[in-house]
Design a protein around this ligand. Structure first.
Ligand code: IPE
Ligand code: IPE
Ligand code: MG
Length: 244
């Protein structure tokens, strides 16, 4: 029987495999990205239905700027189009949206759309959805260091008062529940500079399923995997099993 504890509160997903999905059908890569959007919509809905409190999706990494210009610009247009179309639905579903990443690297028009989506959904208290665009785990950490060191330089903070908690409060996902489960589709077993700090104690789930083929049944398989893990956080299995 599943208990509330068996459900991850916060899931992050590296949505990988759109290009290969398209290639296997003899289609251009952008067809795969469009199919990926459909999968994204279904997973957001399924996660919210299952009672997940927070979902973080890796849509575009700091390294993805190195892709051919044509692919980068078609992805940026796709983000804009999706925001235009989907924010209303997210809002109706009581989902709160946050964007994480180096947003100043995005076009002005996309930055405005992102800010508008955040503002429109700010009052919602359902699932929190973090979309990582132009995001890198190293960028996030460096950014936090910069913010904290500025506060130290301004005399607002003493360096000896910096601890795990304060550091986490300076990262992009500040205020979100701890990251319980990381899913990567597309078969690679690597992190590709995603949430380096946040995944210190996440359970890791890798599946060969390509992102456009990942739907609610595949999410349920990942949730089942998660429910079967014993999270020890450094303790022994006996300690974890002992009645409180
Ligand atoms: C993930 O799919 C989407 C982005 C990185 C934007 P890919 O585009 O990396 O797909 P593959 O890995 O080439 O199949
Ligand atoms: C990771 O996928 C980034 C996103 C899914 C947005 P990549 O396809 O860019 O990762 P690598 O290059 O295979 O490590
Ligand atoms: Mg890839």
């Amino acid at each position: 029987m599943s208990t509330e504890e068996d459900l991850p509160q916060h899931i992050a997903i590296i949505m990988d495999g759109n290009g290969r999905w398209a290639k296997s059908r003899g289609k251009p890569r952008h067809t795969g990205h469009r199919a990926g959007v459909k999968a994204t919509r279904a997973i957001v809905e399924a996660a919210a239905e299952r009672g997940v409190r927070a979902l973080t999706l890796f849509a575009f990494s700091s390294e993805n700027w190195s892709r051919p210009e044509e692919e980068v610009s078609s992805l940026m247009s796709l983000f804009f189009e999706v925001l235009q179309r989907e924010v209303e639905i997210l809002d109706k579903n009581n989902i709160r949206v946050r964007f994480v990443g180096a947003r100043e690297q995005l076009s002005d028009r996309l930055q405005k759309k992102l800010a508008a989506a955040e503002a429109q959904t700010a009052g919602n208290d359902g699932m929190e959805l973090a979309l990582a665009v132009a995001y890198g785990g190293r960028w996030d950490i460096v950014n936090a260091v910069r913010q904290l060191s500025e506060r130290v330089a301004a005399g607002e903070l003493r360096s000896e008062d910096i601890n795990d908690e304060l550091f986490a409060d300076s990262l992009s996902l500040a205020g979100m529940p701890p990251l319980d489960l990381l899913i990567r589709t597309g078969g690679e077993q690597r992190i590709s500079n995603f949430l380096l700090w946040d995944m210190a104690y996440s359970e890791l789930y890798f599946t060969p399923t390509l992102w456009p083929d990942f739907g609610a049944p595949q999410l349920d398989e990942a949730l089942e995997f998660y429910a079967g893990r014993q999270r020890r956080f450094g303790r022994t299995g006996e300690q974890v099993d002992a009645p409180a």
